[in-house]
Design a protein. Structure first.
Length: 121
């Protein structure tokens, strides 16, 4: 087990989470009631993930990809994985991954919210 990688992920994740929090707070006033901050974070994180995944050394991946961008947005990892499937010519797998992730995540958040509401009432 490489403890250095775990430390990199922890430090990067902490920084990414703080950056996401600041970005979403800052954007909350732009379009009230719409998660513009989260949407922009996901788009920006996906863009940076794509750039860094193609350009950084392997020893920086735990810090910057898994940690910083994982803390900033997990959507960036999803986007990169979809791109990789697509570029491998696995179009159906990429489409299934996108549809399955979106639909199942929405169902999961609905199920969690429903359970929490029923437990609180």
């Amino acid at each position: 087990m490489n403890w250095t990688s775990f430390l990199q992920v922890a430090l990067g994740g902490a920084a990414g989470s703080v950056l996401r929090y600041a970005a979403t707070l800052g954007m909350a006033r732009v379009v009230p009631g719409f998660p513009l901050g989260t949407m922009l974070v996901n788009i920006a994180g996906s863009f940076v993930m794509g750039m860094l995944a193609m350009s950084i050394a392997a020893h920086l991946r735990p810090l910057l990809l898994t940690g910083l961008l994982g803390g900033f947005t997990t959507f960036s990892a999803f986007s990169l994985e979809t791109l990789m499937l697509w570029e491998e010519g696995r179009t159906l797998s990429a489409a299934g991954y996108v549809a399955g992730s979106l639909i199942l995540s929405l169902l999961a958040v609905l199920a969690g919210a429903t359970l929490a509401r029923s437990m609180m009432s």
